[in-house]
Design a binder for this molecule. Structure first.
Ligand code: BMA
Length: 329
């Protein structure tokens, strides 16, 4: 059997640390986690569930920084190595994209960033008259951000774009929700010819049992591979102490991504370290971004720990894909 391969650009400077001796996990944590402390910038209460992309030989990102009022804000940041970050103390102030009306700013959280064709698109959970739905914007330089229309009606969260058109259309995963701490949640797929009008909705997958029994939501931008779209996702279990957020992975059909080929029965990452178990919201690992190097198959996964700090984990795409196939529901 030939090894599964990432289809995409090479990223020789991807942050990387080898699997520690004695560790037999398919995804392993960075030894210096968390990489971003809660108070990296003066205004922040916490910095977590954030999105990172390669940018001109370095890295840029959009960060969820809850401020000291506990208002959820989005901030731009940059890094030479993907490990040490500078984040603006001032939040992003979105400008209306040309031909679009200005939208009122209420809050923004759980951003994703996706390079498609000629620009970086940002999707996030945006306040629409006070209720959550998927906001959409784009930037060329991480300095000016142009906001478009919200993709969906409330209530929706975890809007995650595919990095290229599918069947000629832009494509997005999302998770319809309610106005609170939603006790349900399936992943859906939608298409748009223009990033404004979304339709052709399809169900992708529903919760299962155990760590993913309450709700599931897409995490990082799906990674194209020789075996299908590699989608990392979060799954939630309801314990006697509340929600527990873990990470799993699925392989989706390359032409019809609403068709699930494989999906992990065991979790890949689960709140186990103190920075994942203790924080503003205990027991949360929440991935929002993954870097991938097509040449080496290395992957670097950025995730929030306990809704407080930003952490990093690593995997090798061929091993991860083999694991998903051999441990599928
Ligand atoms: C979700 C979002 C995430 C958060 C999670 C756990 O509803 O708010 O940002 O990580 O809950 O609190």
């Amino acid at each position: 059997m030939s090894k599964a391969k990432i289809i995409g650009p090479e990223l020789p400077n991807i942050p990387w640390e080898e699997r520690p001796p004695g560790c037999n996990e398919v995804v392993w944590r960075y030894s210096k986690n968390p990489i971003i402390p809660r108070d990296l910038i003066p205004s922040s209460n916490s910095i977590f569930n954030s999105a990172v992309v390669p940018y001109q030989g370095e890295f840029h990102g959009v960060f969820r920084c809850d401020d000291k009022r506990r208002a959820m804000q989005l901030h731009a940041g940059r890094s030479k190595d993907g490990l040490n970050w500078e984040i603006n103390n001032e939040r992003i102030h979105f400008q209306p994209a040309q031909g679009f009306e200005p939208l009122e700013w209420g809050y923004g959280y759980d951003p994703r960033v996706c390079w498609i064709e000629d620009r970086y698109y940002v999707t996030w959970c945006n306040s629409f008259a006070g209720w959550p739905t998927i906001g959409v914007a784009y930037t060329y330089d991480f300095e000016t951000f142009y906001q478009m229309e919200n993709a969906f009606l409330p209530f929706n969260r975890n809007g995650v774009l595919f990095p290229r058109r599918i069947n000629g259309n832009f494509a997005m995963l999302s998770r319809p929700s309610d106005r609170g701490h939603t006790p349900f949640g399936d992943i859906y797929y939608s298409e748009s010819p223009d990033m404004t009008y979304w339709g052709r909705h399809r169900l992708v997958m529903r919760p299962a049992y155990g760590w993913q029994s309450t709700k599931i939501g897409a995490g990082p931008i799906p990674i194209e591979t020789s075996e299908g779209w590699l989608m990392l996702y979060h799954g939630v279990l309801t314990s006697c102490n509340g929600f527990v957020y873990s990470m799993g992975a699925a392989l989706l059909d390359i032409h019809q991504p609403w068709k699930v080929l494989y999906r992990t029965e065991p979790y890949l990452l689960h709140p186990r370290e103190i920075y994942e178990q203790v924080g503003d919201v205990p027991n949360v690992v929440f991935p929002c971004a993954a870097l991938a190097d097509a040449a080496s198959g290395r992957m670097a996964i950025y995730y929030g720990g306990a809704d407080t700090v930003t952490c990093l984990a690593f995997a090798k795409a061929d091993e991860l894909i083999e694991f998903i196939k051999e441990n599928s529901l």
